[in-house]
Design a protein around this ligand. Structure first.
Ligand SMILES: Cc1ncc(COP(=O)(O)O)c(C=O)c1O
Length: 462
């Protein structure tokens, strides 16, 4: 193992890294990124990488966008901070909320701003609880999400998340958080079951879960249109229409977590439009500002707002809010990002590029290491398996996905490995046709190198 550079050694001694193997990191050190331009980022040696993950599913307009930089600087000069507490406001937040209501896929009454996807989903839960108290049904509080869902890491959001690594030894999930089946056809469909039959079975499972929990105690269901961090899982045909029917049957409030799918990722403004369902409320973050600054939000319907008014009459104050919620500089940047999305027809272009992206992605299904190549629009996942025929996964201890991501780095490509050795891809929406080809050429070489290593070390045997 090469000795760590000075900067890497300082990193290891000072930073606690999220989502990292803390032991391995002490040996390998971090990959330190210094600057970015377009779809490329550059490390401290000046080596370029295609940012195949748009950072963390977020830098939709790529790096070095001067208009966004300009919007931030101008707003910082004019008013660097203002808040929305206690009846105060500022024009970037007002204008941004107006714009969001305009483009929302369902009727939205109000927008509540916060700083991250986790805060947005925590807020969703608190609002649902508050709403049901206002409606005089204090027992209707349980929240249903799905196995392999990702909704964030704060205590309630992590309880929604359906991944073992977010629960184990954190004493989560909290009571009152239920997880229903994951809509992953490749892994969970039964032999001979069609996509539609699989979707019906999942809807029946949700129905049974609600009945078992007691319909008058189940308040809400939350779902990502396409599951991201759980392994890029595109639901089977007819899934959402069947799930929505169950939610409506038991008056279960439906929340779409659009933190990844919102703002063009699937080729439509919101993911629920692509997958054809109409949620009651929506969580947004990431690409709202193209991640130039943190900003997130919750978009709520009129019925919920009316209930909040009722509570305010009773309690005097709506006791929820974050210091940086709707920060004026973040809001100004988000406004500019939304303007660019419309002006440059970024979502339509993402839809067009998505066709090429999916064709190149699905072609990799032929690779000996790939069990399934899946995705929609400009998001994709490759599930690496030890045996294509039986779908047998690799022993997680062998770290095949992590190793594949390292081979990617050597090829100048950033991809991410998530649970189950799924390599995820989510490039900036501005990626060009030749850049998509370049990305997949590098990915193919990355898979070949991974296969050589797997064969050499007999990794598939264990
Ligand atoms: C669908 C989804 N919801 C919520 C979150 C949490 O967002 P944050 O990391 O900003 O708290 C994420 C993060 O990746 C996400 O993908």
């Amino acid at each position: 193992m090469a000795p760590l550079s000075n900067l890497a050694a300082r990193d290891v001694e000072t930073l606690l890294h999220p989502y990292s193997n803390l032991v391995r990191l002490r040996e390998t050190g971090p990959l330190i990124i210094e600057r970015g331009e377009g779809v490329y980022v550059y490390d401290t040696e000046g080596k370029p990488y295609i940012e195949g993950m748009a950072g963390l599913w977020c830098t939709a307009l790529g790096y070095g966008n001067e208009e966004l930089v300009e919007a931030a600087t101008a707003q910082m000069r004019k008013l660097s901070f203002a808040h929305l507490f206690s009846g105060r406001s500022h024009d970037p937040a007002i204008e941004l909320a107006e714009k969001l209501k305009e483009i929302a896929p369902v009727a939205i009454s109000k927008v509540f701003f916060c700083g991250s996807g986790s805060e947005a989903n925590d807020t969703q839960i608190k609002l649902v609880w508050y709403f049901n108290n206002a409606l005089g049904r204090p027992q209707k509080k349980k929240i249903v999400s799905r196995v392999k869902a990702y909704h964030g890491v704060t205590i309630a959001a992590a309880s929604l998340t359906g991944l073992p690594g977010n629960h184990r030894d954190f004493d989560l999930p909290l009571p009152g958080f239920l997880h229903t089946g994951c809509p992953h056809y490749y892994r969970f469909a039964e032999n001979g079951e069609s996509e539609e039959e699989f979707a019906s079975r999942l809807a029946a499972e949700l129905d049974a879960l609600i009945v078992k929990g007691g319909p008058d105690t189940v308040a809400a269901f939350i779902a990502e249109p396409v599951m991201g961090a759980g392994g890029v899982i595109v639901p089977p045909k007819t899934y959402f229409e069947k799930i929505m029917t169950v939610c409506a049957k038991y008056d279960v409030f439906m929340i779409s977590d659009e933190v990844i799918c919102g703002f063009g990722r699937l080729g439509t403004a919101f993911g629920c439009e692509k997958l054809n369902f109409a949620p009651q409320s929506i969580s947004i973050a990431k690409a709202m500002s193209s991640a130039y600054l943190p900003i997130a939000g919750v978009m709520i319907p009129e019925a919920m707002y009316q209930a909040l008014l009722t509570e305010s009459k009773k309690l005097g104050v709506f006791g929820h809010g974050f210091t940086y919620g709707g920060h004026p500089v973040s809001a100004a940047v988000a406004l500019k990002a939304l303007e660019i999305y419309t002006r440059d027809r970024i979502f339509e272009k993402a839809a067009t590029r998505g066709v090429q992206f999916q064709a190149r992605l699905k072609a990799l299904a032929e690779h000996p290491l790939v069990g399934e190549a899946r995705g929609l629009g400009l998001i994709g996942g490759l599930e690496l398996v030890a045996d294509k025929k039986t779908k047998r996964s690799f022993d997680p201890q062998r770290g095949v996905g992590a190793r594949c991501a390292q081979f990617g780095e050597a090829e100048g490509l950033i991809v991410r490995s998530v649970l189950g050795d799924v390599m995820t891809l989510c490039p900036p929406l501005i990626i060009s046709e030749p850049e998509i080809d370049d990305l997949f050429d590098r990915l193919k070489r990355t898979l070949d190198k991974t296969l050589d290593w797997v064969t050499r070390e007999h990794i598939a045997d264990s």
